[in-house]
Design a protein around this ligand. Structure first.
Ligand code: SAM
Length: 288
């Protein structure tokens, strides 16, 4: 038995959100569309077939088209042709909501530019799921996707987001979470709250919450597996300005090493280590 109904669909592109873990996290309307679309397109056709099998939806001879990052240019004309013939096209990415760190953007643009309708069956996405469970403010947030993988680029990417007045949400590979946290510590300092949300909606779902430095310590030596979202709380306006930091540093530099002076001022002010370190280098240079 299937929960899906055959329904009449418009000649349109339907972006279908699919589960990010638990297969039953799919909407009834998404199942109806999958049961009824003339053409099914998917980032990974096997994944979509599996999902349809779980929910008892037969393909019944309907064409299934692979559409992913590497074949978009050649696959789009096929899908546009189907729309031009008055057919309905359903597109699902590998998991979650298409276009959210997933293919679909160029497809949606081409379809609207060709004058056809684009609509969506909304549903799961790791961004919103992670925000829901994070305990961080959700009134304003910024989805930053995947940060660059090289340290230098990642740090400058993070610096560019330092002033965003909302919770930051990043997708991250479990292999790179430690490096990402180390860079968050460098760039945003120790005291901002952060969350590592792993395997959401799955058996081994885990949400770790703490300040950035607490998470760095907690995950030291821990191997993470599965899928991960990293969130960082909005930065508070600092009550210490540059001249306060200079005064504290000058004081400390009179008695302890540069490294210890920086550590003391970071501990007192909660300012990013990098910023305090650079101020200390400048003061040291000026003093020579
Ligand atoms: N389109 C998807 C969405 O709407 O969330 C995202 C696709 S993106 C290629 C995959 C990334 O999303 C993963 O690397 C991870 O950062 C995040 N993600 C997806 N599912 C997740 C889950 N169940 N738990 C935690 N993060 C998840």
């Amino acid at each position: 038995m299937t929960a899906a109904n055959r329904v009449n669909l418009a000649s349109a592109l339907y972006f279908i959100a699919t589960p990010i873990g638990t297969a039953r996290d799919i909407t009834l309307r998404a199942l109806d569309i999958l049961a009824s679309a003339d053409v099914l397109a998917a980032e990974d056709t096997r994944t979509l077939r599996r999902l349809m099998d779980i929910h008892g939806i037969a393909l019944e001879g309907r064409p299934m088209v692979a559409y992913h990052d590497h074949n978009g240019a050649s696959a789009r004309p096929k899908l546009l042709k189907a729309l031009a013939e008055g057919k309905s096209v359903a597109y699902a990415s590998e998991a979650g909501t298409p276009l959210v760190a997933d293919p679909g953007y160029q497809l949606g643009r081409s379809v609207t530019e060709a004058g056809f309708m684009v609509t969506a069956a909304p549903g799961p996405s790791a961004v919103l799921t992670a925000l829901s469970v994070s305990g961080l403010a959700t009134d304003a947030f910024f989805f930053a996707g995947f940060a660059p993988t090289s340290k230098g680029q990642r740090q400058s990417f993070l610096r560019g987001l330092a002033e965003v007045p909302g919770t930051l949400v990043f997708y991250e590979s479990p292999k790179r979470v430690h490096k990402m946290l180390a860079d968050l510590l460098d760039v945003y300092g120790e005291t901002r709250d952060a969350v590592v949300a792993r395997e959401l909606t799955k058996k081994f779902e885990e949400v770790r919450r703490g300040t950035i430095s607490e998470l760095v310590a907690e995950l030291d030596g821990v191997t993470l597996k599965g899928e991960v979202v990293v969130l960082v709380a909005r930065g508070e306006a600092s009550s210490f300005d540059e001249s306060d930091i200079d005064i504290m540093l000058k004081d400390a530099l009179g008695t302890v090493s540069l490294k210890d002076a920086v550590a003391q001022v970071v501990a007192t002010t909660g300012q990013p280590r990098r910023q305090v370190y650079q101020a200390a280098l400048r003061l040291e240079k000026e003093g020579k």
